[in-house]
Design a protein around this ligand. Structure first.
Ligand code: NAI
Ligand code: MG
Length: 503
């Protein structure tokens, strides 16, 4: 067992390919070319496993953003992408997916050193997930069509009415740092399938896989200006995109705070906006389950990706009769989820993404303790250079505490008891968020009742955070606006035009 050997928190050596990639200069990808920023400013990128700077990226200026948007605007308006036959667009998106797949190992390593997640997790989840987004949406490129509609107020045969589905235009896509490549492809894929052109801005903390992805754009066959990838800060480069008159749609994933700001800032130009924001997702464990099987599931729901998951199961509700057993079972997973350097082959969890997130999460743990919560597991951080936080369970909490109300975005779960179904449904809904929820029970009726009562975009039964490209994903309440993935995901990149012809 690994739990007896002390963990070596020193990051492992990078491969030569990655060292070469990191040695490139800071560049922006505009019009299928690598270009320098107009003002030469750069941003440092850290490996969270060591806390050390590993490279620098371009800090896009307003002029750089304008240049990228102009490239996307021209590429959209002259029809070099929209005007291609659907099967040609489909084939190019598939080729993009094939190229990504051919470099999967390299992408997994880059994601591991940039975000801090274990390379094995990136290889098992992030990279295949990204490829799957591209492949699923590629097929939609050839399956979008309007309908012929019989008008209501005019006699049959006197008018011909139909709808066309058209791409919304130039998309500004702003993604966070928790699943950098996966989020990038989740945004890029439907936009391209719909016939849009785009400017993607990865998070300043984790820009590297998006930059490596840009290498594959021209090779896949995208005409210049269709996919532009720029790096920079949110309040500068991101904000410029949100307010830019030549951008038709903003797709954002990130904090609820910034999502609200973006929604306000996009108002003057009345852009289409889709927002995928924060959560405080409940995990409900009914008394009929086999606790030995379910407790590891509840642990995975919060500790996967070190809790940096928008649907993290951060509020655990276990029936009073099994509560202590559930907590014991979750606590028993501590060795499995103990954070390790991202290139340690034994890692199932890594450090948090940044010092800022480390301080934020440790601050919540301290606030919980101050407010009277007890620590049933973890509650501390190992002594190391990286941003490691031990998986933590807080009990003796109440619904007023900040640890219960606010998104922590770290490996911290608050556990509460309940007695009956209506009570737990009410408690589960006692939040401004509504992104995901997990229900664990063998009773089919209970499952369906809770699925109906819980106000969230996704409800999982006997699993958690299972995301499939075909199923719509998004939030109720302050967890967002709109849906990504599935048919709903492509719809979010389409306009509907009605055509009425007098015969
Ligand atoms: P954030 O929401 O500030 O950043 C996400 C993205 O938005 C980044 O690409 C950033 O550059 C961009 N951005 C920031 N300000 C912007 C602005 N004014 N206009 C346009 N774009 C802007 O999230 P941050 O600060 O990195 O993390 C803070 C908290 O947000 C986390 O602790 C977590 O609770 C939550 N979060 C939620 C995520 C989710 O998947 N729902 C992902 C990341 C963070
Ligand atoms: Mg922020």
């Amino acid at each position: 067992m690994t739990d007896m050997t002390p963990i070596d928190y020193r990051q492992r050596e990078y491969s030569d390919a990655i060292k070469a990639f990191l040695a490139r200069g800071p560049r922006l990808f505009i019009n299928n070319e690598w270009v320098e920023s107009s003002h030469g400013a750069t941003i440092g990128v850290e490996d969270p496993s060591s806390g050390k700077e590993i490279t620098r990226i371009a800090d896009a200026s307003d002029r750089d953003v304008d240049r990228a948007v102009a490239a996307a605007r021209t590429a959209f308006d002259d029809g070099r992408w929209t005007g291609l036959a659907p099967n040609a667009r489909e084939r190019i998106i598939h080729r993009f997916a094939d190229l990504l797949e051919a470099h999967a190992d390299e992408f997994a390593e880059i994601e591991a050193i940039d975000n801090g997640k274990p390379k094995g997790m990136a290889a098992a989840v992030d990279i295949p997930g990204a490829i799957s987004q591209l492949r699923f949406m590629a097929g939609w490129a050839s399956k979008i069509s309007g309908e012929v509609i019989q008008p209501y107020t005019m006699p049959t045969g006197t008018v011909f009415g139909y709808t066309l589905r058209e791409p919304v235009g130039v998309c500004g896509q702003i993604v966070p740092w928790n699943f950098p490549l996966l989020m990038a492809c989740l945004k890029i894929a439907p936009a391209l399938a719909a016939g849009c052109t785009l400017v993607l801005k990865p998070a300043e903390q984790t820009p590297l896989t998006a930059l490596r992805l840009a290498d594959l754009v021209a090779e896949a066959g995208f005409p210049a200006g269709v996919v532009n990838i720029i790096t920079g800060y949110g309040h500068t480069a991101g904000d410029r995109m949100v307010k830019h008159p030549d951008v038709d749609k903003i797709a954002f994933t990130g904090s609820t705070e910034i999502g609200k700001l973006i929604n306000r800032n996009a108002t003057d130009t009345l852009k289409h906006v889709t927002l995928e924001l924060g959560g405080k997702s409940p995990v409900v464990i009914m008394p009929d389950v086999n606790v030995a099987e379910v407790a590891p599931g509840a642990a995975g729901a919060i500790f996967f990706n070190s809790g940096q998951v928008c649907v993290a199961g951060s509020r655990l509700f276990a029936h009073r009769s099994i509560f202590d057993q559930v907590i014991e079972g979750v606590a028993a997973t501590a060795p499995f989820w103990a954070p390790r350097p991202s290139l340690d082959a034994e890692a199932h969890a890594g450090p948090l993404v940044s010092k800022e997130q480390f301080d934020r999460v440790m601050g919540y743990i301290e606030a919980g303790k101050r407010d009277g919560a007890s620590v049933a597991m973890g509650g501390d951080a190992p002594t190391a250079d990286g941003y490691y936080v031990n998986p933590t369970v807080l009990v003796d909490v109440n619904p007023q505490m900040s640890v219960v109300r606010e998104e922590i975005f770290g490996p911290v779960v608050v556990a509460q008891r309940f007695d009956d179904l209506d009570e737990v449904a009410k408690a589960a809904n006692d939040t401004c968020f509504g992104l995901g929820a997990g229900v664990w029970t063998r009773d089919v009726a209970t499952m369906h009742k809770l699925a109906a009562k819980i106000k969230s975009g996704t409800v999982w039964g006997n699993c958690h955070a299972v995301i499939d490209t075909a199923l719509p994903f998004g939030g109720y309440k302050e967890s967002g606006i709109g849906r990504e993935q599935g048919r709903a995901g492509i719809e979010a990149y389409l306009e509907t035009k009605s055509v009425i012809l007098q015969l």
